[in-house]
Design a protein around this ligand. Structure first.
Ligand SMILES: Cc1cc2nc3c(=O)[nH]c(=O)nc-3n(C[C@H](O)[C@H](O)[C@H](O)COP(=O)(O)O)c2cc1C
Length: 189
């Protein structure tokens, strides 16, 4: 396999939990990794609602941001190597579209490319409760090689702040990306 030109593609969709995406993007950036960001139309709105400022004003200028209809994004093709993709937070709408192989926007298409090229794809869904359609879509994706990593913080590290709970989930994502971190101490240390 060729060396990835882009280390990680992050897709932000319209599920609640923009703070997870913000924390992960900041962490990858601090690590000096090459990141591209894809944002759905509702993802942009939810980010602004939850964080208080538009995503475009908050990311470092080196991180390119593409809207869901921006087909110029290089990651839309299997010919551009991306090491991994994380959809965070992942709405049930996007999860369903990826599970069904739709490629109606740049996020669905990029996820489809990751699966067909057998590269790591992590989806971080946030919804509760889950209906059988959600569950079947998750199973379909897991069978296709994706990792379903729900935004479900644990409590055994005794979080004191919201950020501690966010760090727990982001730490698990970094574990799956093979990136060392000190966001959460492993159990037993
Ligand atoms: C404030 C807000 C919060 C939402 N939270 C969730 C959520 O947690 N999970 C979810 O699946 N959908 C959630 N939705 C609904 C999705 O945004 C909606 O289904 C949208 O069409 C998803 O499109 P996208 O996946 O292209 O972003 C939320 C919508 C709004 C406005």
């Amino acid at each position: 396999m060729n060396t990835p030109k882009i280390d990680c593609v992050l897709a932000v969709t319209g599920a609640s939990g923009a703070i997870y995406a913000k924390t992960l993007i900041e962490y990858l950036y601090k690590k000096g990794l090459s990141v591209r960001c894809l944002v759905s139309n509702v993802g942009e709105k939810v980010w602004k609602w939850e964080i208080g400022r538009p995503i475009s004003e908050m990311l470092p200028p080196e991180i390119a941001i593409y809207g869901e209809d921006d087909w110029r994004a290089p990651v839309a093709s299997g010919s551009v190597m991306a090491g991994a993709m994380v959809i965070i937070p992942c709405s049930m709408g996007t999860l369903a579209a990826v599970a069904q192989g739709l490629a109606h926007n740049i996020i669905h298409r990029t996820a489809d490319v990751m699966l067909k090229e057998k590269r790591p794809l992590i989806l971080v869904p946030r919804e509760t409760p889950l209906n059988t359609i959600h569950l079947e879509n998750m199973l379909r994706l897991a069978r296709a090689g994706a990792t379903i990593l729900p935004a479900m913080p644990g409590f055994y590290h005794r979080p004191e702040k919201i950020q501690d709970m966010v760090d727990f989930v982001v730490g698990r994502i970094l574990d799956h990306l093979g990136i060392e971190h000190k966001l959460v101490k492993p159990w037993g240390e």
